[in-house]
Design a binder for this molecule. Sequence first.
Ligand code: PLP
Length: 413
Amino acid sequence: MTQNAPFRARAEIDLAALRANVRALRARAPRAAFMAVVKSDAYGHGMVPCAKAARAAGATWLGTATPEEALALRAAGIGGRVMCWLWTPGGPWREAVEADLDVSVSGIWALREVTHAARQAGRTARVQLKADTGLGRNGCPPGDWAELVAAARAAEEAGTVKVTGLWSHFACADEPGHPSVAAQLTVFKDLVAYAEKEGVEPEVRHIANSPATLILPDTHFDLVRAGIAVYGISPSPELGTPADFGLRPVMTLKASLALVKRVPAGHGVSYGHHYVTEGETTLGLVPVGYADGIPRHASGRGPVLIGGERRRVAGRIAMDQFVVDLGPEGDRIREGAEAVLFGPGDRGEPTAQDWAEAADTIAYEIVTRIGTRVPRVHLHTENMENTGNTENAGATGNTENAGNAGNTGNTRV
Ligand SMILES: Cc1ncc(COP(=O)(O)O)c(C=O)c1O
């Protein structure tokens, strides 16, 4: 696919914006190292190209949820520090140790599995101990921390493990003033102090996600882990718009109209006939649906830019398509016309946040759920082969690369 080739649907991924977002976020946490969170196919943006772009802009760390995602980064030739945190018993510990990943451990069972793998591999595993400081999700509860720290120290003495990090995750960092933020920080500092008293010498202590990176400087410690903000989306509209933080949305989702037709007044539209035309009008068929990640909950509400005008989904969003009422004058619009579902928002198009509001969800879910049938087309890929940590100054141009690990909808151009 070239940039101007016809397409049904595509997600354009502006890697120049992604690099600028990483630089803007690093400037907010100038004393901390930076981790770009690239789990879930880089929140739907294509993991490998986004990881390379983040590295080029100074992300010394990359973070994934699953070990398989982290191993996919290695398989793509990406070196440097990569951390993964969502493990289940019997996971690929040995592969992770051999691939030099930083693996997170939230309980004794996981520490046992990683030390066993390290012994088998004949290497020292890089392990980060995760504390549950109040999120109530993954992480070691404070009551079990002493036992986990003691076991980790014993493994360090045995040479199977090096504890490289102590870390945790916030529950409510996107709600300014929420009392849980201060409470979690207090617990985190106590648990870190305890581990250090017991002899742990972590390279990095970290707890800050995107909202904390943006608005809570005393949570930055040695490393910040930003996900959604890397992709140019504000963690919460209450905190501010992307522009308020110097961020620019990275993904633009477009489709080409598959059919334009005149219909009379009183014509039902899409399953259930929840929309009925008021007068004679023109309907445009947008060939993406909930199988592509367009939320069915936004039926009748989702916004789309077509022919220079913002319009709304008419009736139900179906599996592969939805309809827009282009109005009585709409027949000047023809098949193949561009429908922009969302993008940065500065050319009149809606944003992922607009779709989130239409579907009563969060923008994280909108971008992450865009399906594998939609090719990711990566723009501004220059200097992407540099997987180290050098800044990528003065990069311009407009080449494409739809490489998108784990996404079978990819086209490489
Ligand atoms: C452990 C962990 N750290 C950091 C992040 C990044 O969060 P955000 O996208 O809000 O920056 C996530 C994402 O949910 C996460 O699970």
